[in-house]
Design a protein around this ligand. Structure first.
Ligand code: S3P
Length: 424
């Protein structure tokens, strides 16, 4: 993909379904009783991996595109898969399914692509083991493939070192199969889609501050789910509209759950013109249309509790900070090192290649904004968020930006380049 400088961006864009909510709707639907009807399911490769894993465990899933029907068989209705479960590039698929498998009376093996086989799985192996599951990294290196033999589980009270919704959700899902209450406390509140949706499906779940508490009980009941547009996908258009001069973009139907909308707070702190229109609250997940206009931006500090609420948007925010006046400091973001790529290292290297003044730190980066940028060859490392970030930054740089492996956007946003082109 080749991107060049653009004069303006104008128009409307409708954002595909939220990746986190889409995964959960199929997973919870599969272990609920009755049919779950999902609208605006994300048809990205990650969410298709989740569908294929549950089909392999005997769940009938009718994927009609916009709508997906899951014929749930209840908490104990899954069957042993014939062969390994392939999670592709998807960390959410692997970690959340591990939580479900921990409670099954059969064994299974989970694997995925080169990227996911280098992502830390100890963070779920440890708590699921404490609950009574037998879970093993087959190469003994803390990475997938994972072999899981479900056991007789008991609830635990677990304090996680990282604020991770994948870890929290894996433990809560195992908690559905455990004897006694399960509690997960995290250093900061991570996205709470599991808590909202489990509650919607009838589970006994509540939160106290950064602690989620689940009491196992009866069966979950299939529900209708309206998946909001993904704010992590909207982020590229939010920042593009703010960064490119003479722009105005209306971004339709975006999820603005408070545990996800840190990008709006940080952008406003940087001087952004952002207006929320038509605010609604679907199945517990608030949504809005977001109107952005080109803005004169300045640097800021991003740290602490806000980090989990914008963790996937940090590559785009860092790129935007290169065009803002003054210094931006990002701290407490070491988790970026263990995403689909080492996003700290990759971002710093690629931003420097375009002429930005960026320094990597232990847990973030320091950006001196306002330097002129020029196009470069960007190796996305097949990380969808890196590819989309540089497709946007390339619109603000002199000359051409060439993105290698650009098709990886299909992980979370098939049609991204077409949507971006339509605004030019
Ligand atoms: C996700 C949680 C986050 C996020 C990922 C999706 C989820 O990961 O980066 O894209 O759906 O629970 P962590 O839980 O590892 O922070």
């Amino acid at each position: 993909m080749i991107v060049s400088k653009t004069k303006r961006l104008r128009g409307e864009v409708s954002i595909p379904g939220d990746k986190s909510v889409s995964h959960r709707s199929v997973m919870f639907g599969a272990i609920a009783r009755g049919t779950t009807e999902i609208h605006h399911y994300l048809q990205g490769a990650d969410c298709l991996s989740t569908i294929s894993c549950f089909r392999k465990m005997g769940i009938e899933i009718d994927n009609r595109g916009e709508t997906v029907l899951v014929r749930g068989k209840g908490l104990r209705g899954l069957t042993q898969p014939d062969g390994v479960l392939d999670c592709g590039n998807s960390g959410t698929t692997m970690r959340l399914i591990s939580g479900i498998l921990a409670g099954q009376p059969f064994g299974a093996v989970l694997t995925g692509d080169d990227s996911i086989r280098k992502r830390p799985m100890n963070r779920i192996m440890e708590p699921l083991g404490l609950m009574g599951a037998h879970i093993r990294s087959t190469e003994n290196n803390g990475y997938a493939p994972l072999e899981i033999l479900g056991g007789h589980l008991h609830g635990i009270s677990y304090t996680s070192r990282v604020a991770s919704a994948q870890v929290k959700s894996a433990i809560l899902l195992a908690g559905l199969y455990a004897e006694g209450e399960t509690r997960v406390t995290e250093p900061y509140l991570s996205r709470n889609h599991s808590e909202i949706m489990l509650n919607h499906f009838g589970a006994d779940i509540r939160t106290e501050g950064t602690c989620a508490i689940l009491r196992p009980g009866g069966e979950l009941q299939g529900r209708k789910i309206l998946v909001p547009g993904d704010i992590s996908s909207a982020a590229y258009f939010i920042c593009a509209g703010l960064m490119v001069p003479d722009s105005e973009i209306l971004i339709r139907n975006v999820g603005i759950n408070p545990t996800r909308e840190g990008i709006l707070r940080v952008s406003r702190a940087m001087g952004a013109h952002i207006t929320l229109l038509d605010e609604q609250s679907g199945s517990g997940e608030p949504t809005a249309d977001i109107l952005v206009r080109s803005s004169s931006l300045h640097g800021t500090v991003i740290e602490g509790a806000i980090i989990p609420t914008l963790i996937d948007e940090l590559p785009m925010i860092a790129a935007m900070a290169c065009l803002a006046e003054g210094k931006t400091v990002i701290r407490d973001a070491a988790e970026l090192k263990v995403k689909e790529s080492n996003r700290l290292e990759v971002m710093v290297r690629c931003l420097k290649a375009m002429g930005a003044d960026v320094t990597e730190t232990d847990d973030g980066m320091i950006i001196e904004g306002g330097k002129p940028l020029s196009g470069a060859v960007i190796d996305s490392r097949l990380d969808h968020r890196i590819a989309m970030t540089f497709a946007v930054l390339g619109l603000c740089a002199e000359g051409e930006t060439r993105i290698l492996g650009s098709e990886c956007v299909n992980i979370s946003y098939p049609g991204f380049y077409e949507d971006l082109k339509r605004l030019q």
